[in-house]
Design a protein. Structure first.
Length: 201
């Protein structure tokens, strides 16, 4: 699968897309302010890295709609206001507990919702587990991979809302990997990117 990385121009995006371990999975890097004017036909997947300025993504919505209409895949990671620029996304805010694991006997509050999904089998719950920025309500027919005990999904796979595929999450792996802290985010990328590049089947 040919994957284009959407780069918001921050240090953590640059650190992730240029990391020798991960760079091989990306066919190109597209600067977010240029996305609306970039031809995407050469790509099978658009990977929207976490913590982007949503203004540029909203401006690119017609381009992304056409991409999905062509049967292709969009990955939307956390803190991007994806509900404003992707179809069917419903996100609700929630307090972010950055340090839950410091409590003795702490429970992340995350549960596998689709144990037979190929991504869950490939990486396991631990790779999804650091913290989450709000919760998602998957569209009818979409599959939540991981749920929060307080309600809602933190990662879902939607093959019903468009002719393409949406992989939507409230997780922010590129931010933390590119900031060089929170090892679970690196574990996530080590599992997720090979799975995605191999066709995400």
């Amino acid at each position: 699968m040919s994957i284009a990385f959407i780069d918001g121009g921050t240090y953590y995006h640059h650190a992730t897309v240029n990391d020798p371990e991960f760079a091989r999975y990306f066919a190109a890097s597209i600067y977010a302010p240029e996305l609306a004017d970039t031809e995407l036909d050469a790509f099978d997947c658009i990977y929207v890295a976490s913590r982007q300025d949503p203004e540029y993504l909203l401006r690119a919505r017609p381009r992304l709609d056409d991409f999905l209409a062509a049967g292709k895949t969009v990955v939307a990671m956390g803190d991007n206001q994806a509900e404003d620029w992707l179809p069917g996304v419903r996100w609700r805010p929630a307090p972010v507990n950055f340090w839950w694991w410091l409590t003795p006997g702490a429970d992340s509050g995350l549960r596998v919702a689709a144990p037979e999904h190929s991504l869950v089998k490939a990486i396991g719950l631990d790779a999804f587990t650091w913290h989450r920025h709000g919760h998602l309500q998957p569209p009818a027919g979409a599959v939540s991979l991981v749920d929060a005990v307080e309600g809602g999904s933190i990662f879902y796979d939607d093959r019903v809302s468009t002719p393409g595929r949406l992989l939507v999450s409230t997780l922010d792996p590129c931010y933390h990997h590119g900031s060089y802290f929170m090892p679970a985010t690196t574990r996530f990328l080590r599992g997720f990117l090979p799975w995605l590049a191999a066709g995400a089947s």
